[in-house]
Structure formats: structure tokens, C-alpha cells
Design a protein around this ligand. Structure first.
Ligand code: UD1
Length: 457
């Protein structure tokens, strides 16, 4: 297999090669979509075959930011290098002085030998909110950071007050000016603090955990998020020399150290991608072998899927997902912080319920404005009514293909799933959202019998 690499070079180090050992050529982004590109799906086929699950996007982005904490190279394996979000963050990191090499075989090297800029500019941050996760590492290692405020987004206001208050508790002086968070650590060093989050936040837990690794003294994070991606991030930091206890529990204790070093880490499988393909089988019927993934981090999804009538089991490193024959029964779910039902699987689960027997109810407790897929599903014949943060989905006989609009990452994939089962042709506009988080989705679905293609806008 020939391996290609895309390089993101910091402006001042462009003579250095992030991947000197491999026989490589520089490739252009293989993300194909433009704002005009559409997806055409013809529904009706059951799914049968194998899909290899990619490394978790939501872990990858944090691990990439962690590379800012050391002057040594960090190597990441099983990395979803084809995702647009990964490329956007690579641009942000290279802007700060990191050499980033993304290889087509899923291995990436990030080398932040020196921080050459402490500003993550609006132009880059606006493309992806997770860029705010450079704030903690920059401040911890460099003592100063300036990151554009991500602003509102399609999922409601999504503030970053918990990140800011936590860093202030660790001694940072922070001002919000000209649309930027401008932060300084007095004498160049953060100090340990006890921080109790008023609500569970994935991003704030990660940002503060990274910041605390190089702080003076001990930091205790209470009511911390417990997502598997955070545990994976903690493992990376520990391999880099950090002292962290309590990962996967609501209390994480971090004892600051003077320096971190480089490491190599293989990223855990993407549980949201895994769950998405499980819902696809629930809708279309058939049998998929989801390779290189796990059931243990998806209990909150698998238990209602079992209740609805699906068959799911772990077989070695693969997961077998089956629905043969009977319609699924309607079930109720509520999104919650991990280990509860993931908000990132809500739209896909709702789409699956559109064809259930009876009715199901979904309560969304994490994000406001996360039912934007509902009007689009209704245009395809679904029967869904919304009251506040709850939706009632009454099963219908069939969905019908239509032209629909993708509004965010998970809403986009929900419309793809609807298209896979709908009668006739569905055309989904604005599919660039999909390329932020689903690697090779057209190829993966085509290989298991779906009729799906990208078309020019
Ligand atoms: C991460 C995930 C996203 C997922 C979400 C919840 C990444 C890149 N993204 O997003 O896919 O849907 O977790 O599982 O990993 N909040 C505040 N103040 C803050 C921070 C958050 O009020 O400072 C609120 C948010 O508006 C939201 C809730 O807390 O209502 C949870 O958000 P959070 O867990 O922080 O989500 P993200 O880290 O942005």
C-alpha cells in the first residue's frame, strides 16, 4: 500500500519535514465536498457486509491539542485523517508552530517543538468550535494564549464560560476583547485549584485537565465528564508523563509536573460512528459486521435497540448488528452525559423510530435547538411532534424520498439514514457537514449494498 501524507507546516519552520522517514508525497485534502455538493441516495436496500469503524473524532481532536504540551513529537495511530475537522485543527495547530503530518494510513505526527504564535484566529476557530481546546494547553506551556470566541452555532448558544472560569480559578488572568479570549498565566505558570463544574461539560473537563498537567500543584475537577474519549485523552497525557487519577469517574485529580514528553497512542474506535451504523441496520434491516469497535461504551444505545427488537453482539474485535424481519417497537430515550444516551446519536435514533411500531419519545437534555432534522424528516413523511425539549415519534408505514437540507453533522447523517430506507430518491444539500465527522461514508455504505453517491451542486 502506498502511503501519502498531508503536511501542515508552521509558517516559520517550513524547511522542516514532519515525516522524514517515509517515502511520501504531499497530497491535497481528500475531502471532496464543497458547500454546493449534494448527496443522492436511493432507498430500499437492506444492508449486508462489513464496515470498518474509524478512530474517534472526538478523541482525536483533543489528542492533537495535547501535542501542544510538549516539545517532543506525539504520534497518533488509528486516526481519522480524512475528516475535515482533523484538517481544520491541523491548520490551527500549524498556525501555532506545530508541524503536523497526516498519513493516509491513519498515522499522524504532531511536533510542537516551539510555540511560535499564541493566537488561534477567528478564521480558523469559526470553522470548528473544538479549536477552543488549544486554550488550556497553550496557557499551560506558553503562559499566554489568545483564542477567538467560537460564537453561536447551529446547536444554540454553546458558551465556554466553564472553560474560562476554570482557568481563572487556576490563576489565569482573562479578558474578552475584540471577539477574543485573551489569557495570561502570571509568571508564566498556572496553579492547581479545586474546581466544581455546575454542569457536566466534555470540553471544559478536557481543557482544564490538559491545563492542569503542567500547573504548579494539584488540581481537582469535580462533576467532571466521564466520556470514553476523556479517559482516552487521560491515557495519552499519562503516557506523556502526566500524573492523573480518577479518569472515568466524576472526580479527576491531576498533580502538575514540570515537563511532558512525546508518546505514541492508538485512538479508540468512534462510538458515535458505530452507533450510527447500528441505527442504519435498525432502519434498513440486514446484518453488518462493524469491525474494530466495541459495545461496552454504547450500553445506553444498545439497551433500547435490544428493547426495540435488534440483535447486537460483540465477536472478538467486531460487533455484529442484525435486524431480520419484524418491525422495531417504539421505545423512549433521554439524552444525558455519559454513561447516558449520547446526544450525538439522538438524530439517528429518532430517524430509526420513524418506522417503528407504535410510538417513541425522545427528550433532549444536553443542547437546545437539536431537533433541526425534524422538519426535514417530516418532509419525507415522518410523523413527529415537538413539545419543548421532547419529541414524540409515531411510526409510519414508509418514508418517501425528497430534497432535504443538512443543518449540522449528526442531523446530516440522520437524513442519509432516512434516504437509505425511503421510497425513491433523496437529495441532501449542504453535505459538507458530513465530511466533518464521517470518514468515507459513501464508500462504507456502498460496500454494504446502499445506493448512495455525491453529486455536484
Ligand atoms: C462535546 C462533543 C460533542 C457532544 C458534546 C456533548 C467534541 C468535539 N464535541 O462537545 O460532539 O455533542 O460534547 O456530549 O468532543 N456548556 C456551558 N458552558 C461551557 C461549556 C458547555 O454552558 O463552558 C454547556 C453546553 O452549552 C451544553 C452542555 O454544557 O449545553 C454540554 O456541552 P459540552 O459537554 O461542553 O459539549 P462540547 O465539549 O462542546
Amino acid at each position: 500500500m502506498s502511503v501519502t501524507v498531508q503536511k501542515f507546516m508552521p509558517p516559520q519552520n517550513s524547511n522542516q519535514d514532519p515525516d522524514q522517514n517515509s517515502d511520501v508525497e504531499i497530497i491535497k485534502s481528500n475531502v471532496q465536498s464543497s458547500t454546493l455538493e449534494k448527496m443522492r441516495v436511493v432507498g430500499g436496500n437492506a444492508l449486508k457486509g462489513n464496515i470498518k469503524i474509524s478512530g474517534a473524532k472526538n478523541a482525536t481532536l483533543k489528542h492533537m491539542c495535547a501535542a501542544l504540551l510538549t516539545e517532543d513529537p506525539v504520534t497518533l495511530e488509528n486516526m481519522p485523517v480524512g475528516l475535515q475537522d482533523v484538517r481544520t485543527l491541523a491548520e490551527v495547530l500549524s498556525h501555532l508552530g506545530t508541524m503536523v503530518g497526516l498519513r493516509s494510513d491513519g498515522v499522524a505526527t504532531l511536533h510542537a517543538e516551539a510555540i511560535t504564535s499564541h493566537t488561534a484566529p477567528y478564521d480558523l476557530v469559526r470553522k470548528m468550535r473544538a479549536s477552543v481546546l488549544v486554550l488550556g494547553p497553550l496557557l499551560a506551556r506558553h503562559g499566554v494564549a489568545q483564542v477567538s470566541l467560537p460564537g453561536g452555532c447551529a446547536l444554540g448558544a454553546r458558551p465556554i464560560d466553564l472553560h474560562i472560569k476554570g482557568l481563572q480559578a487556576m490563576g489565569a488572568e482573562i479578558e474578552l476583547e475584540d471577539g477574543y479570549v485573551k489569557a495570561v498565566a502570571p509568571q508564566g505558570k498556572l496553579k492547581g485549584a479545586e474546581i466544581t463544574f455546575p454542569l457536566v461539560s466534555v470540553g471544559a473537563t478536557e481543557n482544564l485537565m490538559m491545563a492542569a498537567t503542567l500547573a504548579k500543584g494539584t488540581t481537582i475537577l469535580k462533576n467532571a465528564a466521564r466520556e470514553p474519549e476523556i479517559v482516552d485523552q487521560g491515557k495519552v497525557l499519562i503516557k506523556m508523563g502526566a500524573k492523573i487519577e480518577g479518569l472515568g469517574t466524576p472526580t479527576i485529580t491531576i498533580e502538575g509536573v514540570d515537563k511532558l514528553h512525546g508518546t505514541t497512542h492508538s485512538i479508540l474506535p468512534d462510538r458515535i460512528e458505530t452507533g450510527t451504523y447500528m441505527c442504519a441496520v435498525g432502519l434498513c434491516g440486514g446484518e453488518l459486521r462493524l469491525q474494530n469497535t466495541r459495545t461496552d461504551f454504547l450500553s445506553a444505545l444498545i439497551s433500547p435497540l435490544h428493547e426495540a427488537g435488534m440483535d447486537i453482539k460483540q465477536e472478538g474485535d467486531d460487533v455484529i448488528v442484525r435486524r431480520n424481519g419484524a418491525k422495531l417497537k417504539g421505545v423512549d430515550i433521554m439524552t444525558e452525559a455519559y454513561p447516558g444516551f449520547a446526544t450525538d446519536l439522538q438524530a439517528q435514533f429518532m430517524t430509526m423510530l420513524t418506522l417503528c411500531e407504535g410510538a417513541g419519545m425522545i427528550c433532549e437534555t444536553i443542547f437546545e435547538n437539536r431537533f433541526m432534522h425534524v422538519p426535514e424528516l417530516c418532509r419525507m413523511g415522518a410523523d413527529i411532534s415537538i413539545r419543548g425539549n421532547s419529541a414524540i415519534i409515531r411510526g409510519v408505514e414508509k418514508l418517501k424520498g425528497a430534497e432535504v437540507m443538512a443543518t449540522d453533522l449528526r442531523a446530516s447523517v440522520a437524513l442519509v439514514l432516512a434516504g437509505l430506507v425511503a421510497e425513491g430518491e433523496t437529495v441532501i444539500n449542504r453535505i459538507y457537514h458530513l465530511d466533518r465527522g464521517y470518514e468515507n461514508i459513501v464508500e462504507k455504505l456502498t460496500n454494504v449494498g446502499a445506493q448512495i453517491e455525491r453529486v455536484k451542486g
